[in-house]
Design a protein around this ligand. Structure first.
Ligand code: FES
Length: 102
């Protein structure tokens, strides 16, 4: 769910795009972050903590912690709260410490 109107804020989301979360098609907008698009799609868990494997989700939402680390196009430890959506990008939950897939 997205806020469509707000008395003070103006939303310029740009063009609608499609990307993939764990292989599932997700719709987002070019001017919103991956975390925003996932949240709008009802996805709250973004990965698991490396030590105790606890679920992790959005925390600071400004790029200052490691709570939103995900694997994006095979690259681990990407902060999706500050990464804009791009057409066709592959986003996966991170199960532990990020591992680069070759
Ligand atoms: S939620 Fe803190 S860096 Fe993304």
């Amino acid at each position: 769910m997205r806020i469509e109107e707000h008395p003070i804020l103006k939303f310029d989301r740009g063009k609608k795009i499609t990307f993939y979360y764990n292989g599932e098609k997700i719709e987002g907008y070019e001017n919103e972050t991956v975390a925003e698009a996932l949240h709008a799609a009802g996805i709250r868990r973004l990965g698991y903590s490396p030590e105790l494997h606890r679920p992790r989700g959005l925390f600071c939402a400004i790029g200052n912690c490691s709570s939103c680390f995900m694997t994006v196009n095979g690259e681990p430890n990407v902060r999706v709260c500050v990464l804009k959506c791009a057409e066709g990008m592959q986003v996966e939950e991170q199960q532990s410490k990020g591992v680069v897939k070759i």
